[in-house]
Structures are given as C-alpha cells and as structure tokens.
Design a protein around this ligand. Structure first.
Ligand SMILES: Nc1ncnc2c1ncn2[C@@H]1O[C@H](COP(=O)(O)OP(=O)(O)OP(=O)(O)O)[C@@H](O)[C@H]1O
Ligand SMILES: [Mg+2]
Length: 160
C-alpha cells in the first residue's frame, strides 16, 4: 500500500512564529510520534522544540540537551528531546537505548537525526529548517498523511 506524504513549506520572520508553528504541531502529535529536526547550527531546531513542548501542554522549557543527549519533559504524554550532534563522541550510547525512546509511550523529538538516520521509522515527521537571514527561516515539514491527517489540514491553514 502506498501512503501519501504531506509536504508543507512556510517561512517565518521571527522566533515567535517558529514557536507558534511548533505549538500547533504539539497539539496534533501523539504517543509514538517521532519528530526529526534537521538544519544547520543555530537554524532554530531547539526554538521549534520549545513550541512543541508548550503546545503539548507542558510547563517545562526546552533547551538544548547537547550534553545529556536526552532531556525528558512531562506533558499530556512524555516528551523525549534528544540532540545527537555529539553522538560520535559519546561512548555510553547504543541504538538499543535510543529505540526504547522511539518505540516508547511518548513523543520523541530528535535534533541532528542524520547522525543515525537508518534507525528512525517511516512514519517520522521530518522538519527541516533553513537559515535565510538573521530573523528569517524557511521551514519544511513532511510526514505520512494518513496518521497525521489533522496535522496536515491544520498546517494548511496556519499563517504567520
Ligand atoms: N524565525 C526564526 N525562527 C527560529 N529562530 C530564530 C528565528 N529568527 C532568529 N532566530 C534565532 O536563531 C537561533 C536558533 O537557535 P536554536 O538553538 O533553536 O538553533 P538549533 O537549530 O537548535 O541549533 P543547534 O544545532 O546548535 O542545536 C536563536 O538564537 C533564535 O533567537
Ligand atoms: Mg538545538
């Protein structure tokens, strides 16, 4: 069976718009969803994550988990925020450990997923952020339409 992919592009012109977009996503994701956030250093992956965490109803503030690899926040479902940027320098880490989060009972948000791209499921939602200038970011969101129907419909209506 082939599944349709939704593919959505938007440009944000300040930090708050990126947070708002993250919040929208946070309202429509569910247990077992995986968000893969790619883009250069300083693109806005952690800023976007802050929005998702708030959108899920958490009072926690997302910050870069670079030195702990996984930060956990509590919300209507648990959130596991990972930054794989320094993965190759880490010796205490293996795939099994990551898979427990991916196939666990919360939402996984992964910065720098390309460090281990082959372990993420097909149904992951891919968010790519391009740095255009100081305040402008081009954001692309792709995912399988069927499990994320509400999300793709809401994204179409989202305006900055
Ligand atoms: N439209 C925008 N959307 C998001 N961030 C923006 C925007 N305009 C400016 N910024 C700034 O860009 C920076 C994004 O930083 P952030 O930590 O989110 O990047 P990152 O992609 O997580 O980087 P890293 O790979 O180092 O983790 C922040 O300082 C933020 O204020
Ligand atoms: Mg970051």
């Amino acid at each position: 069976m082939t599944q349709d992919i939704f593919n959505y592009d938007i440009t944000t012109y300040d930090v708050n718009d990126t947070i708002k977009l993250g919040e929208l996503l946070g309202k429509y994701v569910d247990k077992g969803d995986v968000l893969l956030l790619s883009g250069d250093l300083g693109a806005g992956k952690t800023v976007f994550t802050k929005g998702v965490v708030t959108g899920l109803g958490s009072g926690d503030i997302a910050r870069s988990p670079t030195f702990v690899i996984v930060a956990e926040y509590s919300a209507r479902i648990p959130i596991y925020h990972m930054d794989l940027y320094r993965l190759s320098e880490s010796t205490m880490f293996d795939n099994m450990f990551l898979e427990e989060y991916i196939y666990g009972n919360g939402l996984c948000i992964v910065e720098w997923p390309n460090q281990m791209s082959d372990i993420f499921p097909d149904y992951s939602i891919k968010i790519h952020i391009d740095h255009i200038d100081d305040v402008t970011r081009k954001i692309n969101i792709q995912g399988l339409d069927s499990p994320h129907k509400n999300l793709s419909e809401k994204l179409k209506k989202f305006q900055v």
